[in-house]
Write a protein that binds this ligand. Structure first.
Ligand code: ZN
Ligand code: ZN
Length: 356
């Protein structure tokens, strides 16, 4: 805040508030609950009266909690908290209506995105965070053989998803399933397919993309591509090998000082050389931590350089509309000498599920 001359930082429930305070709350919704940090080092809370005990359990000793009742509303509390602040950093993931309130209360202040302040802190993980990310990674790694085995002909995508979620929860009690994508046959050509009711068929390619949130709030994110028996199209193996080689090239490019865009380029060059450049529809990777997608992004145009402790996905893919798709994803962290993987390496050969 000193560097950026920001006078007040306003955070609402979400990853950044959790990062700084350990407090999280899933349904404060239209009632403003905020952590205010001032540049002089003081900080305070604005809390709906009914949430005060929850916040008090996480507040620092002596940290003021300004409670507000429904009959009063939160505007007076917010006005007091930002009083005199000319440069205000506001949580970029908060409800837009709170931002509108803020701009009315402080019409002459300049509003910044809170991520300008937080991103540098959150991007480079410390030892404890890396341990948690590795643990979260191990849970999904250990589920891969079962996830592949679930892809039998006659199962619906939604059946596979339900069984996969159950397996993840059984593997790691206390964790939650962050997300699951099961995309079969032509659906695998959509990078973010919504799991549906399609019946898996013999010869289908299936993309399984899933992750958990461990007890400390850190995530895993992995993508496995398999086939229900022998793939129906001979080209599947060639595409799989291209994606695998692209992923290895990106992993090999990781080291401190390398630009994020160079990681994307490393993967993309391999796919372009194989003639599938136009079918690689998305960036190569995204940061991972308290959120499943967070900075840094491995994308063309991002000249930001890798630093030790950064953690991100490496997930090249090739998508052939109406036919099939292949994506392979693992999580890497930047070590002094190169990549340290948070997951086991992706299978070099297309895994085959038993047909039935
Ligand atoms: Zn993923
Ligand atoms: Zn991902």
């Amino acid at each position: 805040m000193e560097e950026k001359q920001v006078d007040a930082l306003v955070l609402t429930p979400g990853a950044s508030m959790f990062y700084l305070s350990g407090f999280e709350h899933g349904h404060a919704a239209e009632r403003l609950l905020a952590l205010i940090v001032r540049r002089n080092g003081s900080s305070s809370w604005i809390v709906p009266a009914m949430n005060v005990p929850q916040v008090a359990a996480h507040a620092l000793p002596g940290q003021p909690i300004r409670s507000w009742a429904d009959g009063e509303g939160f505007l007076p509390a917010l006005r007091d908290a930002i009083g005199g602040a000319k440069e205000i950093a506001f949580d970029d993931e908060a409800r837009a209506a709170f931002l509108m309130d803020l701009t009315q209360l402080a019409p002459h202040s300049r509003i910044h995105q809170a991520s300008e302040i937080l991103r540098g802190l959150r991007m480079c993980k410390d030892v404890d965070e890396l341990v948690r990310l590795r643990m979260a990674g191990k849970v999904v790694d250990d589920t891969i053989p079962l996830a592949v085995a679930l892809c039998r002909a006659g199962q619906r995508e939604s059946d596979v998803e339900a069984d996969l979620r159950r397996a993840l929860l059984a593997q790691a009690p206390g964790c939650t399933v962050a997300f699951t994508i099961v995309a079969s046959g032509p659906n695998a050509a959509l990078p973010h397919h919504e799991t549906g009711q399609r019946l898996l068929q013999k010869g289908d390619v299936v993309i399984l993309d899933f992750g958990i949130r461990e007890t400390g709030g850190y995530h895993s994110d992995i993508t496995v591509t398999c086939s229900v028996g022998e793939p129906a199209e001979p080209e599947v193996r060639q595409v799989y090998q291209t994606v695998w080689a692209a992923q290895q090239a990106a992993i090999a490019a990781v080291r401190p000082g390398v630009a994020c865009e160079a990681i994307d380029r490393a993967a993309r060059s391999v796919i372009e050389a194989a003639g599938y450049g136009k079918q690689f529809l998305h960036r190569t990777g995204h940061g991972l931590g308290l959120q499943v997608h967070e900075p840094p992004y491995m994308v063309a145009g991002n000249a930001e350089t890798l630093e030790e402790g950064m953690v991100f996905s490496i997930e090249p893919g090739i998508y052939l509309p109406g036919r099939f798709g292949v994506r392979l994803e693992i999580i890497a962290s930047v070590g002094a000498e190169g990549a340290t993987l948070m997951n086991a390496i992706s299978a070099a050969e297309l895994p085959l599920a038993k047909e039935s």
